[in-house]
Design a protein around this ligand. Structure first.
Ligand code: FES
Ligand SMILES: [Fe+2]
Length: 451
């Protein structure tokens, strides 16, 4: 009787509970997502004098898997509203959100038509994602629509045009006849499972990106890495605060307490860091690492990703992490080689004797002081899912420490740097490097953004 009872229970455990635990485990940890859904809303609050708010560069907008053919999404980035859609041909397109006819939002109810076009939900005008041209409803022939253009003489006060003799027409004036209708088209790239959109203050460069994004396919293949999860957080601060954090290495020791520090007070994480622009003539010497394996890995990364076309736009960081026991013995945990590419993207390659992981980090300014941070983790296949989820959560914990500062600080246009201190010196050099992404932005923002 007892043996039968035990056998029944063992069978129940094996057949029901174990698969159930496995399914729950697999669903949670196979691709672990931390999404800070509550957006912070102090977006436009002034924080003193700041650099321009939307530096020139590539911005992450969505994961490829969240945009199926025929999908239409309203998106905000760099203080503007745009519509993102995937054509039936599989390509993603981004156009200005507002219809050139009467201003309806194409992302709110618009439909994908004729392979590459989006149809306005208000009166059905259709815009081609390839060009931004408005086309007549003529299927694939794509005949451009022409229209007459009218505008208010004085839209804010709505006063009639003084010298207009026709009273019925005096508020609106014709500014063009039979002109082709067009809306702004943005340049889009889809790479490493993400969709990016290009932003530039110079209209001539709006469709001609000055650099390209890194392709991680090969790198991930070499180490048999796969996507393991992502975190999304919203922050109230100027966009520069977030990438600048990586160059401010004194705050690692001070602000970022690790989980281990809290559990075991005799164990401490200890950091050392080097930051240098990729165009430095002695970059390889500066980045040399005493551990031959780390060094070989690092040199290969530099050779793979830095080239003449992106050298000026990349800043390289090398971060060493050690665990210190009882304030004496140091154990090397990992080295991270980071490539800051343009104003918003960081590729971080972790090499450790125990594991390997790659982080892809982006920040997208939605409004002046409203940033969305996305971090994705890739790791080697044998590493258990729960461990990569824990690594990601460990990183989220560090972001939360920074967020307490970011959400409340001012930008700090004047700083009291200690130039004898390595950290402040590299921060100073980093700010000089980052300033290149603001070229033309001040004038452009004053001209185009109404707040
Ligand atoms: S507002 Fe878009 S078609 Fe009229
Ligand atoms: Fe930080």
């Amino acid at each position: 009787m007892i043996t039968e009872y035990l056998r029944f229970n063992t069978t129940t455990i094996l057949c029901v509970i174990v698969p159930l635990i496995y399914i729950i485990y697999y669903r949670i940890f196979r691709y672990f997502i931390f999404d800070q859904r509550k957006k912070v809303t102090k977006g436009k609050t002034s924080r003193g004098k700041c650099p321009p708010f939307f530096p020139n560069g590539w911005y992450w907008i969505i994961n490829s898997c969240d945009l199926k053919p025929g999908d239409v999404k309203p998106i905000s980035y760099c203080g503007r509203n745009v519509v993102l859609f995937r054509g039936k041909n599989g390509n993603p397109y981004v156009l200005d959100a507002y219809c050139a006819h009467m201003g309806a939002h194409l992302g709110e109810g618009g439909k994908v038509r004729y392979n590459t076009c989006i149809e306005c939900p208000f009166h059905g005008w259709t815009f081609d994602g390839e060009t931004g041209n408005c086309i007549l409803p003529s299927g694939e022939n794509k005949i451009n629509r022409v229209a007459d253009k009218f505008e208010y003489h004085d839209i804010e006060k709505c006063t009639p045009k003084p010298d207009c003799s026709d009273k019925n027409n005096s508020y609106l004036q014709q500014i063009a006849e039979h002109k082709e209708v067009k809306i702004k088209k943005y340049t889009v790239r889809e790479i490493n499972g993400s969709v990016f959109v290009w932003y530039h203050s110079d209209d001539k460069l709006r469709e001609s990106p000055t650099y390209e994004l890194f392709d991680l396919t090969n790198e991930l293949k070499i180490y048999n890495m796969e996507e393991r999860g992502e975190s999304i957080n919203y922050v109230n601060c100027h966009v520069q605060e977030i990438p600048e954090n990586g160059a401010d290495f004194r705050h690692f020791d001070f602000l970022h307490q690790s989980i281990l520090d809290i559990i075991f007070p005799f164990i401490k994480f200890d950091w050392s860091m080097t930051s240098e622009r990729a165009s430095h003539p002695q970059l390889n010497e500066i980045m040399t690492h005493p551990n031959p394996e780390v060094n070989a890995y690092k040199m290969r990364l530099l050779k793979t990703f830095i080239n003449d076309s992106n050298r000026d736009l990349v800043n390289v960081i090398s971060l060493n992490s050690y665990i210190q026991f009882f304030g004496k013995h140091r154990l090397f945990v990992f080295n991270a080689t980071g490539f800051q590419l343009g104003p918003s993207i960081v590729y971080l390659f972790l090499w450790s004797p125990y594991f390997q992981a790659t982080f892809f980090q982006t920040v997208t300014p939605l409004e002046k002081f409203n940033q969305r941070i996305m971090h994705r983790i890739f790791s080697t296949k044998p590493l258990p899912y729960w461990l990569t989820a824990l690594m990601l959560l460990g990183e989220v914990k560090q972001i939360f420490s920074d967020m307490n500062i970011w959400n409340n600080k001012i930008f700090g246009s004047q700083l009291n740097y200690n130039m004898k201190n390595d950290a402040d010196k590299s921060l100073h050099a980093w700010r000089n490097w980052y300033a290149q992404f603001y070229e033309g932005c001040y004038e452009y923002e004053n001209k185009t953004l109404l707040w």
